[in-house]
Design a protein around this ligand. Structure first.
Ligand code: AMP
Ligand code: MG
Length: 318
């Protein structure tokens, strides 16, 4: 880590301890962080993001020992998942301990926790000495930021942004709930159901008591400022194409589009995920009138990608 980054981390940590907000990179997207144990600081996140108070925040930790302080007796399945996937893009929703303020969890008895796989994030949390509540650093419902410039676009007056370059994974963490019978998927991400199933069974009972309708299941989310549709690009009429920006997966049927963003050179879903939000930001800032997203195969992380595309393009039917 270079000297500038170390100085930024010291400054960011001091801000967090003072109850101020700091945007920082994780491996997934940029987070808007506050001391998770300081309710006044956490309230500023909701205010700045214009995030509804019913949508709970994920708490980020840098050491496994924090898990014991923040949750009620994590069992061996939780520890096995942490061992396998942390640091990494898996959030576990667990019964919270008393020290977590209600505002963090929107009054729920559970808290979402993860250990990010990013040197700056881990070092910031360690230096601050507190768990860090951090949702994505964007206005509520809009496209998540994968660069510091995206964060600045949403929050030009923010106290402080640590710039760690473009994020490595590009879409948000997988969120799971742990039940008596196994795990439930609350949000798709790059850690897939199949990978998690190698450690803990999937709970397909209907009797589980975990909160199944998680706030992340909102129909509309991640939306760019322009109208977006999910469609095979060949189906859009030739006359409409010049007005549209295309998010291309296959590189096919790109003729006549106003702008083409090829998100992967070799139909690689991981590469596509890394580039998706950045391309959405580029298109919303460009001259195109609307965005066409080519569907991707719904296997592996393609499930998480299609979830983002559908929500970003969801419009209310009147
Ligand atoms: P964000 O921080 O913007 O990536 O969103 C965090 C998401 O994590 C929420 O929208 C929920 O879907 C999920 N989440 C966090 N905490 C909980 C919880 N206690 N119960 C259920 N879902 C949660
Ligand atoms: Mg978010």
């Amino acid at each position: 880590m270079d000297i500038n980054t170390s100085a930024d981390i010291e400054k960011g940590a001091a801000y967090l301890r003072e109850g101020r907000l700091v945007a920082f990179p994780t491996e997934t997207v940029y987070g808007l962080g506050a001391d998770a144990l300081n309710p006044m600081a956490v309230a500023k996140i909701f205010e700045l993001k214009e995030r509804p108070s019913f949508d709970p925040l994920i708490v980020h930790i840098a050491e496994l020992s924090e898990l014991e302080k923040l949750t009620v007796e994590p069992d061996e399945r939780v520890l096995a998942l942490a061992e396998r996937f942390w640091p990494g893009p898996l959030t576990m929703v667990l019964n919270k301990s008393r020290i977590i303020p209600d505002i963090v969890t929107s009054g729920l008895p559970t808290v979402g926790i993860r250990m990010p796989d990013n040197e700056i994030a881990l070092s910031l949390i360690m230096t601050a000495g507190c768990p860090v509540a951090a949702p994505s650093a964007n206005k509520f419902g809009r496209t998540s930021p994968t660069t510091a410039a995206h964060v600045r676009k949403y929050f030009p007056d923010i106290d402080f942004i640590i710039d760690g370059g473009k994020t490595r994974v590009g879409i948000e963490s997988t969120v799971i709930g742990i039940t008596e019978y196994g795990f439930r998927l609350l949000r798709h991400g790059v850690v897939t159901r199949e990978e998690i199933e190698t450690i803990v069974p999937y709970d397909n009972t209907s009797k589980s008591d975990v909160l199944v309708i998680a706030p992340g299941m909102l129909k509309s989310h991640y939306s760019p400022a322009k109208h977006m549709i999910v469609s095979p690009p060949g189906k859009i009429s030739e006359s409409e194409r010049p007005k549209a920006g295309l998010l291309s997966f296959s590189g096919q049927d790109t003729e006549n589009y106003g702008r083409v963003m090829l998100l992967t050179q070799s139909m690689d879903l991981r590469e596509y995920a890394v580039n998706l939000f950045e391309a959405m930001h580029t298109l919303e800032e460009s001259e195109v009138e609307f965005i066409v997203a080519e569907p991707v195969p719904e296997t592996g992380i393609g499930i998480a990608i299609m979830d983002r595309l559908r929500k970003a393009s969801w419009t209310k039917k009147s």
